[in-house]
Every structure is written in C-alpha cells, then in structure tokens.
Design a protein around this ligand. Structure first.
Ligand code: TPP
Ligand code: SF4
Length: 277
C-alpha cells in the first residue's frame, strides 16, 4: 500500500458534490504522503478540526487527533504540541471559526510560535449553519443574519497574521490542488507556527464571492516583511476587485517555542513525549 492510500478512511464523504473541500482533502493527503515518502512516520502526524463543513475532513484522513470545539482548534492543537513536541500537528478551521470565535487564539499563536500548522478553509461564510456572515464576508452580502446586507468592511486576515508575528503566512486556491499541496508541505516543514489561508468557494452560500481565479497570481516565497505588507494590501477581501497573490507571502526563521522552552527542547532532542515514549 502506498503512503497516500494509508491516509484513506472508509467514511462516506458528505460534502456537497463538487465542493472544493474535496480538493483541499486531496492536497492535504498529497502533502502528508510526500512527507511520509521522505521518512516522516504516519504516527508522527496529529490533527485537530474545528466545527463546520471543513471539519468533516477529520473523518476522511486516517490520522490520530481530536474533533474539537467551534473556534477552539488552535488551543487544542497547542495542547497536543506541548504534550509531544515531536508530532507534526495540523489544525483545520473555517473562516468563521478562526477569524470570529477563535481570533484571540490566532493572534496568540503568532506570539507563541509553537511548531504547528493551521489550515483555513476560507469560504467567506459560516456554511454549515446556512451561510451567516463571517469577518471575511464582503460588504453587501445578504444572509438571514444580515438581511440588509453586510455593512462592515471585511477583515484582512493576512494583515492580522503579519501584525501578530506569525512566522509563516501563505495563501492558496483550493482549486489549484497541486500548488496547495506544495504550500501545505512547506508549512508543515516550517519550524514554528505556520498558517495557510485557502480560498475555497462554497457552492451553496455566498456564491457571489466565488470564481476569483482571474484575480489570482503566484509569487515566489517571500521573506521581506515590507513586501509582505504590500502583498497583503493587494486584496481587501471585498470581493471581485484587486489582485490576489498566492504562495508563501511571508516566512522568517526564528526560534519556535519548542526551541526556547528547555523542557520541550529536551523532549525534542530525545524524540519522546512527556511519558518518555
Ligand atoms: C461556540 C459555538 N458557536 C456556534 C456554533 C454553531 N456552529 C457550528 S458550525 C458553525 C459554522 C462554521 O462556519 P465556518 O467555521 O466558517 O466553517 P464552514 O462551515 O464554512 O466550513 C457554527 C456557527 C457552535 N457549534 N459552537
Ligand atoms: S455547504 Fe458549501 S462548504 Fe459546505 S459542503 Fe456544501 S459547498 Fe461545501
């Protein structure tokens, strides 16, 4: 059996037919299997999901982990990382989960720089609960929660990530699953907190925001913060205007929490968890 097949489960996939979450699933499996091909053990991966359409990915990837609480996937992932700093921990969140309920955890994850990866399925709506507005919904978006249309300007999460000192910030297009897989692989390899924002159309809710591929272009990996700030400004999440850079928008090499905290450093050097296993 090849490594990609080892990541399969026998669960029936219940996303809407054609949902780009299928492609994100493929990208994640491709990235992990590639790392496994290069020597990372299957049991060295762990995953945490939030609650939402995106979170069903928990059932479709054969990795140990925790199906978490809404908005709280990051502290759960952080707990796993502290318990065993040798694991490669992935957290999956929707834009509603991370930029609304979980925004404080996002900001502090940047400060802590613990070695784990956040993957955001950003469809600019709380889709599982029928399309309420999230912080990245565009102005004018009407839902049952905002019958008069969204009047607030959307949050630009890339700018928040930069201001929060997140040490790896990337953006991907769910539809370009090979490019997304490459970015996820780089994010997992990064030493410190890595964040991948995936633009993912929802086929049922907030469909006006879909099909932005014409605005998207790819960049080479960037480590210049000033340039990253300019790249972040190119699209304000307010729908079909501007340019949308994809790729590693910013990365920096700095000590992770696990490098700085002597106890965790020791566990990492010995390749063991707290129980010595
Ligand atoms: C604390 C809390 N608030 C609200 C809910 C209800 N809830 C469950 S899933 C969900 C929407 C998830 O939206 P998002 O995170 O954007 O993910 P998507 O479904 O779009 O993938 C909400 C509001 C909940 N379960 N817990
Ligand atoms: S409601 Fe939207 S995000 Fe959820 S499965 Fe259907 S298409 Fe995908």
């Amino acid at each position: 059996m090849n490594n990609k097949d080892k990541l399969k489960t026998n669960q029936t996939i219940t996303w809407c037919p054609g949902c780009p979450n299928f492609l994100i699933l493929e990208s994640v499996k491709l990235a992990i299997s590639k790392l496994m091909d290069n020597g990372v053990k299957h049991e060295d991966f762990a995953m945490v999901t939030d609650i939402g359409c995106h979170a069903k990915i928990f059932d479709y990837i054969n990795i140990s982990g925790i199906y978490g609480l809404h908005g709280r996937a990051l502290p759960t992932a952080f707990g796993i990382t502290l318990g065993n700093p040798n694991l490669k921990v992935l957290a999956f969140m929707g834009d509603g989960a991370v930029y609304s309920e979980g925004i404080a955890h996002f900001i502090h994850a940047g400060r802590f720089n613990s070695d784990m990866t956040l993957i955001v399925h950003d469809n600019q709506s709380f889709s599982l609960t029928t399309g309420q507005n999230t912080p990245t919904s565009q102005q004018g978006y009407k839902s049952k929660a905002y019958p008069l249309g969204e009047f607030n300007k959307p949050m630009n999460p890339i700018k928040i990530a930069l201001a929060s000192n997140i040490s790896f910030i990337a953006r991907a297009n769910a539809r370009d699953f090979k490019h997304t897989a490459e970015i996820i692989e780089k994010a997992i390899k990064h030493n410190g907190f890595s964040y991948v924002e995936i633009i993912q159309d929802c086929l049922i809710f907030n469909t006006d925001t879909n099909n932005k591929d014409k605005l998207m272009y790819k960049i080479t990996d960037n480590s210049d913060k000033k340039k990253a700030e300019k790249l972040a400004d190119e699209w304000d999440y307010n729908n079909q205007k501007g340019k949308i850079p994809l790729g590693v928008l910013f990365y920096e090499k700095r000590m992770s929490l696990e490098d700085e905290w002597p106890l965790l450093k020791k566990l990492k050097q010995k390749k063991v968890g707290w129980k010595g296993k």
